[in-house]
Design a protein. Structure first.
Ligand SMILES: [Cu+2]
Length: 144
């Protein structure tokens, strides 16, 4: 009987020992950080339409309402941000064309109702624009 108890003790110790020497849980695979190439910053078309609610008071805002830009001509200092807010139910699309090459130099993409688009103007000059969807809608940004 003592042998039997001793055997049980030995088995119990062996089981505890086995429990303690279980292999540690597998380590998560090491992640290797890969540095992606620097994405070039677009200098001409830099922004995408955003909801009007993200308005900033420091911006010069042109309101799009009743198929017109108000004010139609906006004069700002170089380095200013001009913001268009579409308060029509209709979509609009602001496009600036280079008067020499006729290339599109700025394009807001389609501005749905209640969306806004901001653009920074760094270089002094006169920048006429129009709505690509309603070409009769025109406006001018003058940068001084
Ligand atoms: Cu329009």
């Amino acid at each position: 009987m003592r042998d039997c108890v001793l055997l049980l003790c030995v088995v119990a110790v062996a089981m505890i020992a086995a429990g303690c020497t279980q292999p540690s849980p597998p380590q998560p695979p090491q992640t290797t950080l890969t540095i992606s190439p620097t994405i070039p910053v677009q200098t001409l078309i830099t922004t995408v339409p955003t909801p009007i609610s993200q308005a900033s008071v420091s911006e010069n805002t042109i309101t799009i309402k009743n198929f017109a830009f108000t004010p139609q001509t906006m004069t700002v200092k170089a380095g200013s941000i001009v913001r268009w807010e579409n308060k029509d139910s209709s979509p609009h699309r602001i496009v600036f064309i280079d008067k020499d090459s006729q290339d599109t130099i700025l394009d807001s993409s389609v501005l749905s109702s209640t969306q806004a688009w901001s653009q920074k103007f760094d270089k002094p000059g006169t920048y006429p624009y129009y709505c690509k969807i309603h070409p009769e809608m025109t406006g001018t940004v003058i940068v001084v």
